[in-house]
Design a protein around this ligand. Structure first.
Ligand code: GCB
Length: 892
């Protein structure tokens, strides 16, 4: 929670950590409001049982679901309970509120058994007045929460997990009976706008909502003090007010100005603080106090020239992000949320799309402080329900978002919808007709009007997908100040260069509104690397390659006001079957926030500081077949903004290279074991930048006779990719045909998954059960006859990795614009087969489907002594043999 004027103090409440406002007036310390974080010691119960467990907030009951089986994540009812002790002093002439920053998605509150109210919507902040239901002594709070799907609550469906729970901070707020409004949609009762700003003058307007909940009329002074970034009082705005007894909310608007204001911008996010107080006219004592941010800046947008901030052109280049984090689901601490923003800023991002819903208030505080412009949006995604209740819910969450977030200088735009026409056609049953179009237009136009009435000073927008027909037929693409284009050219379909062509087309159809590319991205599994990257291989290399092309187009085209990478971080999505099942891996950092190569590329381009990074840094292990005595060459790419860079391996320089397109690459000879890579460059300001990285390399001798005891060969069968196995701390090599003196398969081909838009994907798009090595088991070499390794005499352990992939594999449900959900995988190896090694029978009638069932990992190992070579024969009983991986380890 932000800007409430808090000095952290000791608790007045048993067992609570308390925050309270202490103000110095007439040398008296006065407590004006208490705001207690009540995150600790809640009791939680899920399902029907009576037993409660103790938990702390933030909390979600789905944090681990997706690692088991994301499709089955629990969407239902749960109960939270907490006891709060209050003393009589805290109740005398006081108002007591509960304030929740976010509960997904319906929360029903009882205090001491009395029904208090219900809040609908999982991403808004809300408060309840519980004054009438509390007493001195122990009080019980019961919050019933459900994340069940409901046709009248947005979002209806989406490519992310709808985590249930009280997943943000909760507060108990105690005010005097005369106070700023606590029940105003998450705001603290003070709304500040800056309608006229120039370099010479910052005009502002402060709307304040005051309540006198006593039985007497009261004479008061309302004071707003404006304090500059260096702590100086620059302006005081005051007004004497008389509030009649119990007169409800009194709204008072006051205008003010700051001469030659310090302007807010990404490069210089200078801010002011507005301290608002209600004082008693006679005694001068402070009755209530709240604190808000204030920033002076102005912006405009032009369809051809883009975005302007404070009169200067500013290309917006940033990222989108969901709110979840590996292992935590949506219950993420403020500290981690803030770290994300700091990481984005360090990368050079100057804008942030709060997709697809309003996020924690701390996210916006961080954006204000760091200088990151924000598109804040409501969770209206994919489709609508044609009902008044649904429309009402959308209007409510829009009002809550705009009111709570109104004062943040970082916000330049409100988002009204995302891909709202994607389900209008075909993908969920029959096509929705004209009535749907009409209803859609009605909702979106009234949301736009509502946004404008609440805040005429910011832009409105919608993010639309590339299939323009329904946006056009409904006319929704003409609503809002600018359009957002979600474009995946080069990923789901098309080539990266056509991004701009599609964007232009969407702009023209919108009636030539200004345009941002609100999404563009490609999946990458941090564990996959390719020598020859290609679309839909989920390799880090392909992701970097397309981001390079996309960013170039974005930067070279002025009509593109800005762009948001989809996505900053990998995130959970229950229906995905990509190489990290239940994860959308389009992040440029991993789910646990480890940078992928694309992140380093962005940093080199965008960060206004000297940068050099080794792209391989998230891999501590690698493997390769020797190509010169004692070493194997691997390509190492570095990302830098220096003119040149020098790389050395194990102390030997491989020379300087020119940095082109923010990168340079070397063929680096790795020896077996630890290798130290060092790079350095000289920035234009003379600063020397360096990076280093250690890789533990598994060198496979080119002549396998030289394989030593303990050496291991891992083969990622049916795949052209290297797979980093975090369990074994080792790398599986791409599949290869046998060559004399070495190892490889005989016969067979890769299992390829095809559909109308993804012409080629190795393996299947499905979760493989009983393993975390999905990429290894998702791919398969089928119709294979044998495997040979020309090893010398000795004892070897041979491991076979198998999984039945014969099930018709589903593609990602969320493939943009895709009309049918079933991939046409070519038939995989399903049938029974025998395995013989050097003529010995190892397995008979082996059928992984019979042993484990479909899509389940099955591994078995055997130990063999050979005089010379390993000749493995796969003998199909009928149909084809399918092998997912082979590992050979020399034991003796
Ligand atoms: C989109 C959606 C976003 C998805 C993304 C994807 O267009 O707006 O929510 O996650 O595509 O990865 O497919």
């Amino acid at each position: 929670m932000g800007y409430s004027g808090l000095i952290y103090g000791q608790s007045n409440f048993k067992g609570q950590h308390s925050t309270s406002v202490l103000t110095k007036e007439n040398n008296n310390l006065q407590i004006t409001r208490n705001q207690l974080l009540i995150n600790n010691n809640w009791e939680f119960n899920i399902g029907k049982g009576e037993s409660f467990t103790r938990i702390n907030l933030p909390h979600t009951w789905n944090s681990n679901d997706n690692s088991k089986d994301g499709k089955e994540y629990y969407r239902g009812v749960a109960k939270y309970k907490k006891d709060i002790e209050l003393n009589q002093d805290q109740l005398n002439n006081k108002k007591i509120f509960l304030y929740f920053e976010g509960v997904n998605q319906v929360a029903t509150l009882f205090v001491n058994g009395n029904s208090i109210g219900k809040h609908i919507g999982g991403y808004s902040t809300f408060a309840f007045d519980i004054s009438k239901s509390v007493k001195a002594g122990a009080n019980t709070i019961d919050l019933e929460v459900t994340n069940e799907s409901d046709d009248n609550i947005a979002p209806l469906s989406m490519d992310f997990t709808f985590y249930g729970g009280i997943y943000r901070d909760a507060f108990l707020i105690v005010t005097n009976s005369i106070h700023f409004d606590v029940l105003n949609n998450g705001s603290n009762g003070v709304l500040i706008s800056t309608p006229n700003v120039t370099e010479k003058m910052g005009g502002l307007n402060i709307r304040t909502r005051l309540l006198n909940e006593t039985n007497k009329n009261r004479k008061l002074i309302l004071v707003h003090r404006i304090i500059s970034s260096n702590g100086k009082l620059v302006e005081t705005i005051t007004k004497n007010v008389v509030l009649s007894a119990n007169s409800g909310v009194n709204e008072i608007s006051l205008a003010g100005k700051v001469n030659t204001p310090e302007l807010w911008s990404p490069d210089s996010p200078k801010m002011y603080t507005v301290v608002s107080e209600i004082k008693d006219l006679e005694t001068g004592s402070v009755v209530d106090q709240v604190v808000n941010p204030l920033g002076f800046r102005w912006f405009s947008m032009d369809p051809q020239r883009g975005f302007f901030l404070n009169g200067k052109h500013l290309k917006l280049t940033g990222v989108s992000k969901h709110q979840d984090f590996e292992g935590l689901g949506s219950a993420v601490s403020n500290e981690l949320l803030i770290k994300d923003l700091e990481m984005m800023k360090a990368m050079g991002a100057n804008c942030y799309r709060s997709s697809h819903y309003p996020q924690d208030p701390e996210v916006l505080n961080a954006c204000d402080r760091l200088g990151i412009l924000v598109l804040d949006e409501i969770p209206l995604v994919n489709s609508i329900t044609e009902s008044e209740a649904f429309s009402g819910n959308c209007h409510q969450v829009l009002t809550e978002m705009i009111t709570r977030d109104y004062n943040h200088p970082s916000i330049y735009s409100w988002g009204l919808s995302n891909e709202i026409c994607i389900l209008a056609k075909g993908r969920i049953g029959s096509e929705r007709g004209n009535d749907y179009d009409n209803y859609l237009k009605k909702i979106i136009s009234s949301l736009n009007a509502k946004a404008k009435s609440l805040d005429p000073f910011r832009f409105t927008t919608q993010s639309m997908h590339y299939k323009t027909d329904r946006y056009e037929s409904s006319g929704v693409n003409k609503i809002g100040d600018y359009i957002g284009a979600n474009l995946y050219l080069g990923w789901y379909f098309g080539v990266p260069d056509s991004l701009i062509v599609s964007a232009k087309k969407m702009q023209i159809l919108s009636g030539n509104k200004p345009l941002m590319i609100s999404e563009y991205g490609a999946g990458a599994d941090p564990r996959l690397r390719a020598d020859n990257p290609r679309r839909f291989d989920f390799s880090l290399e392909y992701q970097t390659q397309v981001h390079k092309a996309w960013l170039k187009s974005i930067l070279n085209n002025d009509f593109v006001a800005g762009s948001f990478v989809w996505n900053f971080a990998d995130f959970s999505s229950p229906y995905r079957g990509d190489t990290n099942p239940f994860i959308n891996n389009k992040g440029i950092v991993s789910y646990g926030r480890i940078p992928k190569d694309a992140f380093y590329f962005y940093e080199a381009v965008l960060a206004k500081k000297p940068v050099i990074n080794i792209g391989m840094k998230n891999w501590k292990y690698h493997s390769g077949i020797g190509n010169s005595p004692g070493s194997a060459s691997k390509k190492i790419v570095i990302y830098a903004n220096t003119d040149e860079a020098e790389l050395s391996i194990n102390g030997n320089s491989l020379g300087q290279k020119k940095v082109n397109d923010y990168s340079a690459e070397w063929d680096v000879p790795f020896r077996n074991g630890k290798n130290l890579i060092e790079v350095s460059g000289i920035a234009s300001n003379g600063e020397i930048v360096k990076d280093y990285h250690t890789i533990d390399f598994n060198l496979i001798p080119s002549d396998l006779h030289q394989m030593k005891t303990g050496d291991v060969i891992r083969v990622n069968a049916g795949s052209s990719l290297y797979f980093l196995d975090e369990e074994e701390k080792a790398v599986w090599m791409p599949d290869r045909e046998f060559t004399k003196g070495s190892y490889g398969f005989i016969g067979g081909k890769f299992l390829v998954n095809q559909n109308d838009r993804i012409e080629y994907r190795e393996g299947v798009a499905d979760n493989i059960k009983e393993t975390v090595k999905d990429p290894l088991f998702q791919t398969q070499r089928i119709g294979v006859k044998g495997f040979k390794a020309d090893v010398s005499s000795g004892q070897y352990e041979i491991t076979f990795c198998l999984a039945d992939l014969s099930i018709k594999s589903k593609s990602s449900v969320y493939e943009l614009g895709k009309e049918d959900d079933v991939n046409k995988a070519n038939v995989s190896g399903t049938t029974e087969f025998d395995i013989m090694i050097n003529g010995q029978n190892i397995a008979e009638n082996l059928n992984p489907k019979k042993i484990k069932g479909e899509l389940t990992a099955y591994e078995f190992s055997t130990i063999i002594y050979t005089e010379s070579g390993l000749n493995i024969d796969f003998i199909a009983k009928n149909g084809m043999v399918g092998i997912n991986g082979i590992k050979i380890r020399k034991i003796k």
